[in-house]
Design a protein around this ligand. Structure first.
Ligand code: FMN
Length: 242
């Protein structure tokens, strides 16, 4: 029986280990047989674990002597075959054909019952919107959001977040946000927003699309609202002094 040297092995999921020296995958002490393209795919994902790898890089790594032009479909099919072969492996995909192998974390506690409380304890505003509903309405806001803008969750849920900038629509950042949302990609931009009482708030907003891992469909948008009013006012004061 082969003795496993666990020091050289990388844990990929509950049962699977990758041996970087022999470039083999083992499951409960048995070597898992993968096709050569799957092995190459795993190799590049492991080399970049926790970081996105583009479809193009994967394509040329796997099919290095490929005569044909780059085709993202080949990569997608290979990823889905690998997922079927090793279902416990966590490969996330991002819009634009980028894939990330999430490094296995041991002993993740089950925080499901506390997720809402954890989000409410966050110091920045957190919003979740549903782009599959008409006009991408907010479906969740945390306490920090309500404190920052003075609106209760009931006053916000069901509305598109644009009411926060109201009539102040002549903002370059808004165009950047529109493009990012229509292209389903991340964006960070600073907006002029207004609280319920009409106070100006500079909001450093980060929006991230959340995709379903398996179907690759867009499920939600996550918005994080950071109050940067103090620093923005200081910058404006300095500009006036120059
Ligand atoms: C999750 C999420 C959070 C958002 N948070 C804000 C916000 O805090 N303030 C704001 O002015 N716009 C926010 N927006 C942007 C607006 O909802 C909207 O996308 C933006 O005004 C551009 O679209 P429009 O031209 O259709 O208004 C958020 C969008 C999303 C998806």
């Amino acid at each position: 029986m082969a003795v496993m040297n666990t020091k050289t092995l990388i844990k990929l999921c509950d049962k699977c280990y990758w041996n970087p020296l022999t470039q083999t995958l083992s499951e409960e002490n048995q070597i898992l047989v993968l096709t050569s393209s799957m092995t190459k795919l795993l190799e590049i994902l492991i080399d970049h674990h926790d970081k996105p790898v583009s479809s193009v890089d994967i394509f040329f790594h796997v099919w290095d002597d490929y005569e044909k032009e780059f085709n993202p479909k080949n990569v997608r099919n290979l990823i889905s075959n690998l997922r079927k072969r090793i279902p416990c492996l966590s490969i996330n995909n991002y819009y634009g054909g980028r894939y990330v192998l999430k490094k296995y974390r041991d002993n993740i506690p089950d925080i499901t019952d506390y997720v809402l409380e954890i989000l409410d304890q966050a110091k920045n505003g957190i919003t979740i919107s549903d782009p599959n509903l008409p006009d991408n309405p907010v479906i969740f806001v945390n306490e920090a959001f309500s404190e920052l803008f003075g609106y209760t969750p009931e006053e916000v849920i069901g509305r598109n977040c644009r009411f926060l900038h109201g009539e102040d629509r002549d903002q370059i950042a808004l165009k950047e946000i529109q493009s990012a949302i229509s292209e389903k990609r991340d964006i960070t931009a600073t907006l002029r927003n207004y609280s319920k009482s009409g106070e100006l708030i500079f909001n450093e907003l980060t929006i991230s699309p959340i995709f379903d891992k398996k179907t690759e469909k867009l499920k939600y948008y996550l918005g994080v609202q950071k109050n940067v009013t103090a620093i923005q006012k200081l910058i404006q004061q300095i500009k006036r002094m120059l």
